[in-house]
Design a protein. Structure first.
Length: 290
């Protein structure tokens, strides 16, 4: 069991490396650049290694019928009003890019269409994320590879055959695979965390976990089980408007989760039995023989 390391920014991701933590901002900014920057700041303060956004070319990803569908939202009365309202402009992404540089935190995006990949490429991202919904889009997978950057592949709502095919299309070079369950929020009985072991054994790649469940314990368990990367949705307040807020973690929870992971990494040791210097006086005091 095990695999090679993939370099994301200036950090290695893989076996025997610190767990790389991605705060998934996604669309939880609700179209507000100020909210996005606040989420970047709290992610940086908590010790996250990266933040992630979602990028779509609305008229490519959604059909006219879907965009015209009635859906009351803060931006208007249709689904199209919502989808367009959640997209940042080029100028806003330049601000995001500059702010992340100031805070020394990586940022990248999951791109849902080829034009969005081309758009994000101008910011020289450290990697790309392929969302679970895009796993079966062979053309989009190949378009990502055109730029030669590391790829993170999420595997929610996918069969093993679909995952195998996506990895065949992408190739294993500089690839990280994330186990995930694409329900928001996900239920405990459907997390299937042992898939982390299954994916490691089958593909010999760095395997991570993208968690959409409430709470921290199971995401921490994924890190203990060997997830090389953890991705978790972050929000300023789970009561905020938005479809992903209830499946997200608030800033204090992200900070606590990272503390748990860091403590686990410090405590995990080498697996080789050692008698520590601190134990010697106790040994002398308590043992009658030996």
């Amino acid at each position: 069991m095990g695999g090679y390391n993939v370099k994301i920014g200036n950090r290695l991701v893989g076996d025997n490396q610190p767990c790389y933590f991605v705060a998934e901002i996604g669309i939880n900014h609700n179209g507000s650049l100020d909210t996005a920057k606040e989420l970047i700041k709290v992610s940086s303060d908590a010790g996250c290694h990266a933040v992630k956004f979602q990028k779509r070319t609305i008229d490519v990803v959604y059909s006219p019928e879907d965009l015209d569908r009635l859906r009351e939202n803060p931006f208007g009365s249709t689904n199209g009003d919502l989808k367009r309202g959640l997209e940042f402009s080029l100028a806003e992404y330049h601000e995001i890019d500059q702010y992340c540089k100031e805070l020394n935190i990586d940022w990248f995006a999951s791109c849902w269409d080829e034009a969005s990949v081309d758009f994000i490429e101008q910011f020289n991202p450290p990697c790309y994320k392929i969302a679970s919904a895009s796993l079966t889009d062979d053309g989009l997978l190949r378009h990502h590879r055109k730029y030669g950057r590391p790829i993170i592949l999420s595997t929610g709502m996918s069969t093993m055959a679909e995952i195998e095919h996506a990895i065949e299309v992408l190739g294993k070079d500089e690839l990280i695979v994330l186990h995930s369950t694409s329900t928001y929020p996900a239920q405990l009985e459907e997390l299937n965390l042992k898939m982390i072991y299954t994916l490691k054994d089958k593909f010999n790649l760095p395997i991570g976990y993208s968690g959409h469940e409430p709470g921290l314990s199971t995401t921490f368990a994924a890190a203990v089980m060997g997830a090389s990367m953890i991705e978790k949705h972050i929000t300023l307040d789970r009561a905020m408007w938005g479809s992903d807020q209830s499946a997200s973690v608030e800033p204090h929870g992200v900070k606590k989760l990272l503390e748990y992971i860091n403590q686990w990494e410090e405590a995990s040791g080498s697996g080789i039995k050692v008698v520590y210097d601190s134990e010697i006086p106790i040994r002398k005091k308590l043992r009658r023989k030996g």
